[in-house]
Design a protein around this ligand. Structure first.
Ligand SMILES: Cc1cc2nc3c(=O)[nH]c(=O)nc-3n(C[C@H](O)[C@H](O)[C@H](O)COP(=O)(O)OP(=O)(O)OC[C@H]3O[C@@H](n4cnc5c(N)ncnc54)[C@H](O)[C@@H]3O)c2cc1C
Length: 381
């Protein structure tokens, strides 16, 4: 009998895990990969599309292109997960498994920020980021706010990156003098684990006249008065609001009992990523392991789980513990990218090493994306 592994979610985590299992076993394993979407989009591509650097079709990587021995992809919605029985119900049928890997990512709760839907924009979901491509050309003057609405959010550098790219975008259109840019963030510095990166981001903000509002969240928008209300009651006027919406655990995961409530990410063993249910793992943004919510961490955690499954099937030793390490590329604008290498779990506290922005890192970031497409889809796009 082949071992059946059911992988829920074909994002960074699910794609990496599936690829490793197929590489290790080929047709000798039965991997079921489920996603409601028809293709994968890198998080950073959302910024590229909204600022007109890429076309939507160029950054969508269709799942129909996945041709991997041992892997069956189903485009369908996960309706329920029974972690005790390792049974998943989807619109395409019920899947029983030997191992279940939950890689369903984070959902957004736009209604948790009153006024956001009516009076602002978010750029974290694919449709909203792509729609901004047609909104930004109409922004001519006044204050723009890039505002974080909840404490736990994907890709902590992304709000700063959006500010740098907005600065370049407005400069190229000759509108920068008529506009202001502010970034509202719940941290004291832009990238808390790496003081060097934070210093560089703050220096680049200062050079470009971007205001950093620290230790604050956007709690609501008043669309009539065009003001954003912060957690301490401060009001900031805006002509353009680009929000990072409140993140939440997908409802189907809460209903499964794997998470206690919508803001309690799935608890896992920090070393193995296993949930309290034997043979049920949670990788990537959906878990509460304590690393940032970013693709590189989703990928790293998926690798540890894949190695554990491979060891279990082959009867080898258990893999080394998850270390929570990853490299994040940071867009600084001016056609330059910086890099921060962070380590969350090896030492007593998180550390981060910074590489200054350069054109060489622009090319390295492009190679990073290309290598994933090559590995997951078998070809570059
Ligand atoms: C603007 C922006 C920029 C970013 N830049 C970077 C970056 O430069 N580097 C980096 O490492 N990370 C970046 N990220 C973060 C990165 O995109 C995520 O952290 C990463 O995708 C998480 O991977 P995951 O596998 O956990 O979840 P995801 O990639 O979100 O995948 C989850 C999948 O589950 C599917 N799904 C959810 N619910 C269901 C259901 N009920 N039924 C079926 N399918 C379902 C979804 O369709 C999705 O495909 C960025 C994010 C944003 C928003």
């Amino acid at each position: 009998m082949k071992t059946r592994v059911v992988v829920l979610g074909a994002g960074f985590g699910g794609l990496e895990l599936t690829t490793m299992l197929s590489d290790a076993f080929g047709d000798a394993i039965d991997v079921v990969l489920v996603d409601k979407g028809d293709g994968f989009v890198f998080g950073f591509s959302k910024l590229d599309v909204m600022f007109g650097r890429q076309l939507p079709d160029a950054v969508r990587h269709p799942y129909r292109d996945i041709v991997k021995p041992g892997v069956r992809f189903f485009q369908t919605v996960v309706r329920s997960i029974d972690p005790g029985a390792k049974r998943t119900v989807t619109d395409a049928g019920t899947f029983d498994a030997d191992v279940v890997v939950v890689a369903l990512g984070a959902d957004y709760d736009l209604s948790a920020t009153p006024g956001l839907i009516e009076g602002g924009h978010e750029f974290y979901s694919v449709p909203a980021a792509f729609a901004l491509r047609d909104v930004l050309p109409r922004f001519e003057k006044g204050p723009a706010i890039i505002g974080v609405c909840g404490k736990s959010f994907k890709c902590p550098p992304a709000p700063s990156e959006a500010a740098f790219l907005l600065h370049d975008y407005l400069t190229e259109r000759g509108r920068r003098e008529a506009t202001e840019i502010s970034v509202v963030m719940p941290f004291g510095t832009p990238i808390p684990p790496s003081p060097d990166t934070s210093r560089a981001v703050l220096a680049a903000f200062a050079e470009r006249g971007i205001r950093f509002v620290k230790d604050a969240l956007v709690k609501s928008l008043d669309p009539k008065r065009r003001v954003a209300v912060l957690s301490d009651g401060t009001e900031m006027p805006y002509a353009l609001f680009l929000g990072i919406p409140v993140h939440r655990v997908p409802q189907v995961v809460v209903e499964s009992g794997l998470a206690a409530h919508s803001h309690d990410w799935v608890p896992v063993n920090k070393q193995t990523l296993e949930t309290r249910f034997p043979g049920v793992y949670a990788v990537g943004d959906v878990n509460g392991v304590g690393t940032p919510k970013a693709g590189v961490f989703a990928e790293g955690s998926a690798r540890v789980v894949a190695e554990a499954i491979i060891a279990q099937i082959r009867g080898g030793p258990a893999p080394a513990a998850y270390k929570g390490q990853g490299s994040c590329y940071v867009e600084f604008g001016h056609h330059q990218v910086g890099r921060v290498d962070v380590d969350f779990l090896s030492g007593p506290k998180p550390t981060g090493t910074f590489q200054a922005p350069s054109e060489a890192l622009v090319a390295e970031k492009a190679r990073f994306g290309e290598s994933r497409l090559q590995r997951w889809f078998g070809r570059s796009h």
